[in-house]
Design a protein around this ligand. Structure first.
Ligand code: AMP
Length: 188
């Protein structure tokens, strides 16, 4: 049973590394970004509400996300733990994750922080826009996502560092190199 959070700026590679980690450990990876894009694609009420925020590079409001987290963390597939990709992204969400895990006699075990310089992020995001055609991977919304990250998400680095569960990963290099660093630090 391991509950692992992947933390880092947009374009830091945590989605890719999360998939590799999930495959290797058998722990399910959950991405709120994927869940929201799926809901937006289906045109559900949640998806409609989320889409305008996502397209602008803004965070979807906490009350929407906390409802989603409750469903995710209560689901059967999360019973063996979960790799949290893209959440929590605010202190309020981090507190909600703590509450929801504590209710199940669980806790956050490790937080992997993927550290990447800004210029490298911008270079990567431009490549991904071409490859995947994501509507929020253009330079303007990328810049806004980086602002949202700095203002709302970056405080979580200290939040978890103070708790002694932050693991810093130098996330520059090839995908296999970074995956090897993750494996060495996660210890599984
Ligand atoms: P991601 O795929 O993780 O980069 O997320 C894409 C977009 O979905 C973000 O820019 C936000 O608009 C929204 N989003 C995903 N996860 C969250 C979250 N935990 N809190 C708020 N907004 C989120």
């Amino acid at each position: 049973m391991m509950n692992i959070i992947l933390l880092g700026p947009p374009g830091c590679g945590k989605g890719t590394q999360g998939e590799i980690l999930a495959e290797r450990t058998g722990i399910v990876r959950v991405s709120t970004g994927d869940l929201l894009r799926d809901a937006a694609g289906k045109g559900t009420p949640l998806g409609k509400k989320a889409k305008s925020y996502m397209d602008q590079g803004l965070l979807v409001p906490d009350e929407v996300i906390v409802g989603l987290l409750r469903e995710v963390l209560a689901s059967a597939r999360a019973a063996k733990g979960v790799i949290m990709d893209g959440f929590p992204r605010t202190v309020a969400q981090a507190e909600a994750v703590d509450t929801l895990l504590t209710e199940r006699q669980r806790r956050v075990d490790q937080v992997l922080f993927f550290d990447v310089p800004d210029e490298e992020l911008l270079r990567r995001i431009t490549g991904r826009a071409a490859a995947e055609g994501r509507s929020d991977d253009n330079p303007e919304s990328f810049r806004q996502r980086l602002v949202a990250y700095r203002q709302q998400t970056q405080p979580l680095v200290d939040f978890y560092r103070r708790r002694g569960i932050l693991v810093e990963i130098e996330a520059v290099g090839s995908i296999p190199e970074i995956a090897a660093r993750v494996q060495a630090r996660v210890g599984m």
